[in-house]
Design a protein around this ligand. Sequence first.
Ligand SMILES: Cc1ncc(COP(=O)(O)O)c(C=O)c1O
Length: 445
Amino acid sequence: MSVEQTLRTLANDTYPFHMPGHKRNPAFAFCEHPIALDTTEVTGSDNLHDAHGILADSMALAARLVGARRSFLLVGGATAGLLAGISASVRRGDTVLVARNCHRAVAHALALAGVHPVWLQPEWNASLGVYGARSPDTVRQALTAHPEATLTIVTSPTYEGVTSDITAIADTVHATGGLLLVDEAHGAHFGYAKDFPPSAVTLGADIVVQSLHKTLPAPTQTALLHACSSRTDAARLARQLAVFQTSSPSYLLMAGIDNCLRLLDREADALFAAYSKRLTAFRRRVGSLVLSPNADSGKLIIPCENGATLADRLRTEFRLETEMSGAHHVLAMTSIADTDEGFDRLATALTAIAPAPSTESIPCPPAPEIVCTPAEAADADRQWMPLTEAVGRTIAEECYAYPPGIPLAVPGERVTDALVAHVQALQNAGVEILGIADEKIAVIA
Ligand SMILES: Cc1ncc(COP(=O)(O)O)c(C=O)c1O
């Protein structure tokens, strides 16, 4: 079967509790004949990298909706925004404070920018095996130890919908003259309704990156980068976006962004009110089968003995596809595009299965031991060797579970007994670890 035929079959059959946020719901379709919108820079269209027409209007609308000074359209996902945002905020050799639960795109940006990361350990939820909030105190302590840090990077909300106190973190960072970049990839829907948290754009962050496609009805790859304060060099950001984004951006994707923004401008109140009502009714039906909401009530975390087994049952017995399964939980993503029928099917399935939470706890990934910078590791020759024999060597390629794509180890860090034990425990729980092939890991030769 062709890719298109396969995808159509999957789509017809299964309800998506995963990204993208349009949930394939025809009510949120914006274009019947995709190739009709697939154009390039011709008279009447615009230039993403020097926008003065329709794309400038779209960017202005994005900025108005979130309250940013300036917003940029991204067609390479939040990934492009993180690469550009970080590159535009540092100089080679700078020190950067980074929450350890960052996405791998952040780790890639650190390597490209040639900076020294100082990792901040967020809170750890041992029963689910996921990271929690980043406390302002740890940022304060890290900045006392590293007052030279020019940039602090925080992921808020997390993949599971946990937010950090951005106002307090921003105050702390700004007191030492640094910049705060918030990876709000999972919070593009924030700020539109009182049932959801405000966006970091309005809480003091300097640069905010949002994936539209994750939680809003917009096509995959679409995202926004916001310049939020006078500390941000918007011209430098624009230059770096030209480095990391294609010179042939898809008008189909950009029309998808524009459509999503216009929809929010017109109907956000009604759409979010209906969404909140559905979420409340759903949570009432499933009770403690789904965890009480984090800051983002749209993220449904289902605790269970084994995430992979539960996700498999939901898929095969109930035709429900979830976003991800961890060792002891399954994560279902919802959005304003979910239907009553979708929520009903998930509530029915969960009530029938009645998954019980695991009583085992999952230890926090071990703190990294840094040997060299990610950039130095990227330049070094590498070899693949069995994980268990690599203890003491320096990692050359990151290891991570995908999703969520949070690195377990970043190039330039030492392979320790604790890291090997952690990776093996995750693998034994059925979590696939990328960056390890045939039980071998890449280390500096
Ligand atoms: C926290 C976080 N940041 C950034 C990204 C990258 O986003 P995108 O897929 O839009 O490039 C992801 C993707 O899962 C993510 O979870």
